[in-house]
Design a protein around this ligand. Structure first.
Ligand code: R5P
Length: 264
């Protein structure tokens, strides 16, 4: 792997633990003002010290993140659809690699929609992005999207999507946690991180999911709603870090959460 590519990836997936806590705040690119992300800057700012990388669009990066910050940026560069539009899978590349370089990003991210009518378009877009990313030494994160069909999140679909993303040259892949998640990881030759998905009922549920994903081989999390839709987002990201980087059990991580919440 080229030095620049390797260096950028090691800014995201920390070499000392081999893991990463990415903070996902890109939801507005198709959801608009998502609950608790209406004022993105206010949501992001207190969480930044605890995130290994920040996933977002150029619009929120430029308007809502201090350019003096040294947080590695994973720039979402696909979109063109909205939650009220006809088809979420009809995404294209929305941001050039030159723009990504201008923004000094550590990686770019694009969604693929396997099994949809726009499967080919999104997979060819991924391949194109990998080619251009290789020219600049910028890694590509492929996001295995399911659109509104959350029920698609099973091992067969996710293993298929992740493997195709890796075959087309993605440097790392973001997917969902599922039963038999270890099979997703085993079949994917590049690191896999998990999204959190919609907010779960309790913090412990989300910590359990992150823990199980790490146990089954995930390189980390790229988590959004289960952190910043928590009533206590900073204690929550600290607890997620404990699971991802310190091998904490879900219960130990919940103790971290409760201690941080009570200020002790
Ligand atoms: C999809 O909207 C985005 O790619 C999010 O970054 C991804 O779903 C992770 O965020 P969450 O943990 O809220 O699912």
């Amino acid at each position: 792997m080229d030095w620049g590519m390797k260096n950028r990836l090691s800014r995201i997936i920390k070499p000392d633990t081999g893991h990463t806590v990415m903070l996902a705040v890109d939801h507005g690119y198709f959801l608009g003002p998502t609950h608790k992300l209406e004022n993105a800057g206010a949501t992001i700012e207190p969480l930044l010290p605890y995130a290994d990388a920040l996933m977002l669009t150029r619009g929120i990066l430029r308007t809502s993140v201090d350019a003096g910050s040294d947080i590695p940026v994973v720039l979402r560069v696909s979109g063109g659809t909205s939650i009220i539009g006809e088809n979420l899978s009809n995404e294209d590349i929305t941001t050039s690699m030159e723009e990504a370089v201008r923004l000094n990003v550590a990686a770019v991210a694009l969604s693929i929609f396997v099994g949809t009518e726009h499967e080919q378009q999104t997979l060819v877009n991924l391949s194109y992005l990998v080619d251009i990313g290789n020219e600049y030494g910028i890694p590509v994160l492929a996001v295995t999207a399911v659109g509104k069909e959350l029920g698609k999140r099973d091992v067969r679909f996710l293993a298929l999507s992740c493997r195709i993303a890796a075959e087309l040259g993605a440097s790392f892949v973001k997917t969902y946690y599922c039963d038999e998640f270890e099979k997703v990881v085993e079949c994917c030759p590049v690191p896999v991180v998990i999204a959190g998905g919609p907010k779960l009922e309790t913090e412990l549920d989300a910590l359990q999911m992150a823990h199980d994903a790490i146990q089954k081989g995930a390189a980390g999390v790229d988590m959004g709603r289960n952190i910043w839709q928590s009533d206590n987002p900073v204690p929550m990201i600290k607890a997620v870090r404990a699971v991802v980087h310190e091998k904490a059990t879900p219960q130990q991580a919940l103790d971290t959460f409760n201690k941080s919440k009570s200020g002790s």
